[in-house]
Design a protein around this ligand. Structure first.
Ligand code: UGY
Ligand code: MN
Length: 253
C-alpha cells in the first residue's frame, strides 16, 4: 500500500490544508471523558476558529466550551444528549441534527451510544459601537428539515443554512449539495476563511493553484483569500458541511 511509502492525498500549503483520514491523529482534551478529538483546524494552523471531530465512547462527556467561546455541533454518527450539567432534561441529537450554544452557556454533551460529531468553536466577536449584539439563543435543528436554496439560481447546487443570519451572529455553517456534474459557477476569492468536511460523494477541489480529488471523510481548511472552486464527480451527489466567519468588519472592533 502506497500509504506505507509515505504517500497521502493530504497536503498542507500556506493558504490551505487538505487532510485525509489516513493522516488523522487522535488526542484527548482537558475536561472531556471518554472522548477523543481530531483537531483539524486551530489557531496553530492559522485559523481563527477551531474545527474538531469528537469521537465519543458510549457515556463519553464533552463539558461546556471555554469562557467566551461559542460552539456548534453536527452529529455524524450515533446519538448525543445535550443537557445542562447536572440536569435531568436533555435534547437528543441524532445523525444530521445540530446544535449551537452561545458563549457562556453551560450545556454539555453526553453520548447515548458511541458517536462521532463535528465540533466547531469560535470566540464570539461582538459588534462594536452598536446595540445590535442581540442575545443569541441555543439552537437545535435537523439539517434534513431545512429548506434548500439553489446557489445563484442553479437547482443542481443547493445550500442549506443551519445558522441564523443577522448582526448577533458572527459565523455561518451551511451544507452544500451538488448533483453529479454540478460545480461552483466561479473561482471564489474572499476575505472569509472556511472549514469544510466532505459528507457524501466527491469531486475535484481547486485550492490555490492545486486541483485535488476529494471524497467523503476529507477535511479542508481554506485561509482568507484562498482561491477555491469545486466540481462534483461520480454518479451520486456530493455534499459538504462548510463554516465561514461572517458579518464582521475586516478591521475588527
Ligand atoms: O459560502 C461560500 O463561500 C462557498 N460558496 N464556498 C465554497 O463552497 N468553497
Ligand atoms: Mn467560499
Amino acid at each position: 500500500m502506497l500509504h506505507f511509502l509515505g504517500e497521502s492525498r493530504s497536503s498542507l500549503k500556506s493558504d490551505h490544508l487538505l487532510q485525509t483520514p489516513d493522516t488523522f491523529i487522535r488526542t484527548p482534551l482537558p475536561g472531556a471523558t471518554g472522548v477523543e478529538f481530531i483537531v483539524h483546524a486551530a489557531p496553530r494552523l492559522g485559523a481563527a476558529f477551531c474545527w474538531m471531530t469528537a469521537e465519543f465512547k458510549e457515556g463519553g462527556i464533552l463539558p461546556p466550551a471555554l469562557p467566551g467561546i461559542q460552539r456548534f455541533v453536527y452529529v455524524l454518527e450515533g446519538e448525543l444528549a445535550l443537557a445542562e450539567a447536572g440536569e435531568g432534561q436533555s435534547e437528543s441529537l441524532s445523525v444530521g441534527r445540530f446544535a449551537f450554544m452561545p458563549a457562556g452557556i453551560a450545556r454539555q454533551l453526553c453520548a447515548r451510544t458511541a458517536s462521532r460529531a463535528v465540533v466547531i468553536e469560535k470566540r464570539y466577536e461582538a459588534m462594536s459601537g452598536t446595540s445590535q449584539d442581540a442575545a443569541q439563543s441555543v439552537i437545535v435543528g435537523d439539517e434534513a428539515s431545512i429548506g434548500a436554496e439553489p446557489l445563484g439560481g442553479d437547482d443542481a447546487l443547493r445550500v442549506r443554512r443551519l445558522m441564523p443570519d443577522g448582526p448577533g451572529w458572527d459565523f455561518a455553517v451551511n451544507t452544500m449539495t451538488y448533483d453529479p456534474g454540478a460545480a461552483l459557477a466561479m473561482v471564489e476569492i474572499h476575505v472569509m476563511e472556511h472549514g469544510l468536511l466532505m459528507l457524501e460523494g466527491g469531486g475535484i477541489y481547486r485550492l490555490g493553484d492545486n486541483w485535488y480529488p476529494v471524497t467523503a471523510g476529507d477535511f479542508i481548511w481554506m485561509a482568507p483569500y484562498c482561491p477555491q472552486w469545486f466540481g462534483a464527480l461520480g454518479k451520486t451527489p456530493a455534499k459538504y458541511l462548510i463554516y465561514k466567519d461572517w458579518y464582521r468588519h475586516p478591521l475588527g472592533a
